[in-house]
Design a protein around this ligand. Structure first.
Ligand SMILES: [Fe+2]
Length: 366
């Protein structure tokens, strides 16, 4: 249950709402009128706005403000219209504090976490188990699934239990071994440094799964680093480097296998308020580009600084996947790498779109 509204009063910023737990937020009147949930303003059947945003008067004023239903509702009666708008406490609270139905992030602050493990059979059978898996994934950026049969059909069942599979140049549910089948170092037995996937896509995959079908050899550790954690270190240690990596758009490229994909992203994608939104870093797939000459030296210095932090082993989580195990990680946050290996290794995996897994989690959290 969201906290009850204790009081609401006019302030220079509009309407100042205080909750029972002392949290407080200001809501400008134009925002409140635009978010009115009365039937003439909002179609609850389609969840679409009906209010004519552009007809809201510039001198909008409230004739009366009240807290109703023992603090569960805020009511605003408008001076210019014969209308009382009602807002649920939970709705206002979610808008004020970005509690949009998703768990809070937990950075790998004290070294990498021991990844939470979830059982494949439980995930398939129980919505509560799936909710647990996706909540942990959202919070930590990485979870491990055990008990998977070593077959592609199991990889697909795991994917489709969460959302529909994203088709890419690699297919939907893909599998690879060190056979050079694609123009990508994943299809070799070489070490691959820390990176995120899909920097050449306008919408990089939100979730990546790696499922071990077979491994008989030495090496092949998967290494992960919490990009948000590393970026926050950069923000405090070298704010100018952080600023540049948040501004300079770097092109990523996939050239081969019948495609030439190209997209541009800042290495550190930020929300308007400055919070981290997405890390996009793949130095192997970086396309030729020429930053502004006056910032080129500083840009390379910033990139070097970020890479030096990423390379610190204190940030690294190392997993050696064997048959039956899969790792799911947040490709907008967690970077991945692989050490070299000998022997036979057969991996499967898939990508999911960010919005689809978010949608699934929101509905499960209901
Ligand atoms: Fe990768």
């Amino acid at each position: 249950m969201p906290p009850k509204i204790r009081s609401a009063e006019m302030s220079p910023q509009g309407l100042s709402v205080t909750w029972a737990d002392a949290a407080r937020a200001d809501f400008p009147l134009i925002w409140l009128r635009d978010h009115c949930r009365a039937p003439e303003s909002y179609d609850a059947a389609t969840n679409q706005r009906r209010v004519d945003t552009f007809a809201i008067p510039g001198d909008l004023a409230a004739a009366a403000v009240a807290v109703g239903d023992a603090g569960a509702v805020l009511e605003v009666t408008w001076r210019q219209e014969d209308l009382t708008s009602r807002y649920d406490s939970a709705f206002l609270r979610a808008q004020a504090f970005d509690e949009a139905g998703l768990p809070a992030r937990r950075l790998w602050a004290e070294g990498p976490p021991a990844p939470v493990r979830h059982g494949f059979a439980e995930i398939l059978e129980s919505d509560a188990a799936l909710r647990g898996l996706l909540s942990d994934f959202w919070r930590d950026g990485l979870v491990v699934v055990d008990g998977l049969p070593s077959e592609l059909a199991a990889t697909r069942r795991l994917a489709e239990r969460i959302a529909y599979v994203r088709e890419t140049i690699f297919g939907g549910v893909w599998h690879f071994q060190a056979d050079g089948a694609r123009a990508d170092s994943a299809y070799s037995n070489e070490a691959v440094g820390l990176h995120t996937d899909g920097t050449y896509s306008e919408d990089p995959p939100g979730l990546q799964c790696l499922h071990c079908l077979a491994f008989d050899g030495e090496g092949a550790f998967n290494v992960f680093a919490d990009g948000f954690r590393v970026a926050e270190r950069l923000r405090s240690d070298a704010p100018e480097a952080f600023r540049l990596l948040g501004e300079v758009e770097v092109p990523g490229e996939y050239l081969g296998d019948g495609v030439h994909l190209l997209a541009r992203h800042a290495v550190l994608g930020l929300e308007p308020g400055g919070a981290l939104r997405r890390v996009c870093f793949n130095n192997f797939d970086r396309a030729p580009f020429r930053p502004q000459p006056e910032v080129t030296e500083a840009f390379y210095a910033a990139l070097r600084r970020f890479h030096a932090l990423l390379s610190e082993e204190a940030f690294h989580l190392r997993l050696q996947l064997g048959p039956g195990l899969a790792v799911l990680f947040d490709n907008w946050r967690v970077l991945h790498a692989r050490t070299g290996f000998t022997g036979h290794r057969h991996m499967a995996g898939f990508y999911l779109n960010r919005e689809d897994l978010e949608s699934r989690l929101r509905l499960l959290l209901g």
